[in-house]
Design a protein. Structure first.
Length: 144
């Protein structure tokens, strides 16, 4: 997915970019991660040599987006269901809710380490692919 954005600052090979979230309109999870925002600030790898104030195209790998969505939305529910079902037949309903809540809580705690793992992978790091000089982009979705 490609989004246009404006470079706020550059430090080494990393640029802070304010993105206008136009590609989110087609995302199946639209409105869940940033429900009231139409802009987001991200740190992107500078591959073209940008300066502060430049308008750029930032690429985010769709496979990475889907995998991150799986870890954020699907696996916590699975953890709760596994904890609930594993104790339901053994100890009853009260223990089943406690087991589901416990596994859900453990998963949320583990998300800190999962987030670090995602942050270290190249496929999850947005990157600047093009500098848009003298170009006023239209309001539409950009795809490769």
């Amino acid at each position: 997915m490609l989004n246009r954005g404006k470079v706020l600052s550059v430090k080494g090979t990393t640029a802070r970019v304010e993105l206008k979230l136009t590609s989110c309109e087609r995302c199946p999870l639209h409105g869940l991660c940033q429900p009231n925002a139409n802009k987001m600030i991200v740190e992107a790898k500078d591959t073209v040599g940008v300066n502060e104030g430049d308008t750029v195209l930032v690429e985010v790998d769709p496979k990475g987006t889907w995998l991150a969505s799986l870890f954020l939305f699907v696996l916590p529910v699975v953890a709760f269901i596994v904890g609930f079902v594993s104790l339901y037949f053994w100890k009853g309903v009260a223990f089943a809710y406690a087991g589901g809540g416990t596994l859900f809580t453990l998963y949320v705690i583990c998300m800190r380490y999962i987030n670090r793992w995602f942050s270290s992978k190249k496929s999850f790091i947005p990157r600047i692919v093009k500098k848009l000089e003298g170009y006023e982009p239209q309001e539409r979705v950009w795809f490769k």
